[in-house]
Design a protein around this ligand. Structure first.
Ligand SMILES: [Zn+2]
Length: 387
């Protein structure tokens, strides 16, 4: 048991009590024998949800598109060519999968993300308890109509239970072909309430209205879109319907992390800080069918994020984060918060973007053992010892 007192939850100072991996209560006083951490007005949010990533593709350098693309097909061809012939990219994809997957997890954890919707096969490593973040496991997916073709796309959609999200890259481009993908999906019968299109850059008014009428949703990755196409999806109407979640995509085309993605999103559309936070918490949880994530509420998972008092999420950088907890287990944060929650031997001292932080020691040891190199994370100062 643990009680977090003086927590700012949605502008209200309250007490959040945690029992094992769940939130036991919000607003009830701590029990007499319960350890209490006084957050002194720091903001307590549900752990963030990154609605789109390709977890093994985050160690690669961001590739510069040249020239700017009209359709994702041109980008895929360039990436394939790079994998086959270009030195840096060819060497980068030779990095062992276990190392790449762990780096993808750490990228997300350090930015306050506790749940990731991974778009690719669900590798066994992503389902292990020791993986740093929760990965959505109940989902159906197809890469895109271009890559899979209509028959395989339809089969994937039909195989996916109606209460799981079915996720597909679509309308990723600025040409007529990209826009037409929505109507092709519609004709196939693939626009359902559990359908989530990733990108949707080419969607015009009629396409967006059709998506809304189908009660489907959009996973918005503005950094990647701007990088590849110079524009991003028009999300205004879908935002007002609560049908948008935010994703980073991989670093091959996307942002460094979800905090940076939030800043990019805030520059693209008029949105309040509260509504922006919903794209990575409650709206994302609803669209991804994760009923016990995305809220600080009784019985929700104790996936929690603490950030400095009064700070809107879009201003937070990963070195500002006070605490990240997954399933009630503190994994990353400031040394003073970490020290109050667990004995010193449970923590490794690390530097994140030049600032001293604490990282759960077995995770730090695994990063060192697998030689995972996350830019900005210095493990050299590891002083903890593995349990
Ligand atoms: Zn993607």
């Amino acid at each position: 048991m643990l009680a977090l007192s003086n927590a700012d939850v949605g502008g209200v100072r309250t007490v959040v009590r945690i029992a094992a991996s769940r939130i036991a209560s919000v607003g009830e006083s701590p029990r007499v024998d319960e350890p209490v951490l006084d957050l002194a007005g720091d903001r307590l949010l549900p752990g963030l949800i990154n609605a789109h990533d390709h977890l093994p593709l985050n160690h690669l350098p961001r590739l510069e598109p040249a020239p700017r693309y009209c359709n994702v097909r041109e980008w895929i061809a360039d990436v394939d060519r790079g994998r086959r012939v270009e030195g840096a990219l060819k060497a980068a994809v030779a990095v062992p999968l276990a190392q790449r997957l762990l780096l993808g997890g750490v990228k997300n954890l350090l930015s306050g993300v506790t749940t990731v919707a991974h778009h690719d096969p669900l590798y066994p490593e992503l389902c292990e308890l020791q993986y740093p973040v929760r990965v959505v496991t109940r989902y159906g997916w197809a890469h895109s109509l271009q890559v899979e073709g209509e028959a395989k796309t339809l089969e994937s959609q039909r195989r996916t239970p109606a209460d799981w999200p079915w996720i597909i890259h679509a309308a990723e481009g600025v040409d007529a072909e990209a826009r037409e993908e929505l109507w092709r999906l519609d004709r196939l019968g693939c626009l359902k309430p559990n359908t989530l299109l990733v990108h949707g850059v080419a969607l015009g008014g009629p396409e967006r209205r059709r998506l809304g009428a189908a009660s489907a949703g959009l996973i918005w990755c503005p950094s990647s879109n701007l990088h590849l196409f110079g524009v991003t999806a028009d999300v205004t109407e879908l935002l007002s319907q609560g049908r948008v979640a935010l994703g980073t995509d991989s670093r091959l085309s996307g942002s460094r992390d979800l905090l940076e993605e939030l800043r990019t999103a805030a520059r693209q559309v008029a949105i309040t800080p509260t509504a922006l936070e919903c794209l990575v918490t409650s709206d994302a949880a609803r669209l991804l069918r994760l009923p016990d994530c995305g809220a600080v509420a009784p019985q929700a998972r104790a996936d929690l994020l603490v950030i400095p008092a009064g700070m809107p999420l879009e201003r937070v950088h990963r070195s500002d984060i006070r605490l990240v907890m997954v399933d009630g287990i503190p994994l990353y944060g400031d040394p003073d918060v970490a020290g109050a929650l667990a004995p010193a031997w449970r923590w490794a001292e690390v530097r994140v973007d030049g600032r001293m932080k604490a990282l759960e020691v077995s995770l730090a040891e695994r990063l060192r053992r697998l030689d995972v190199r996350e830019p900005g994370l210095e493990l050299a100062a590891v002083t903890g010892r593995a349990a």
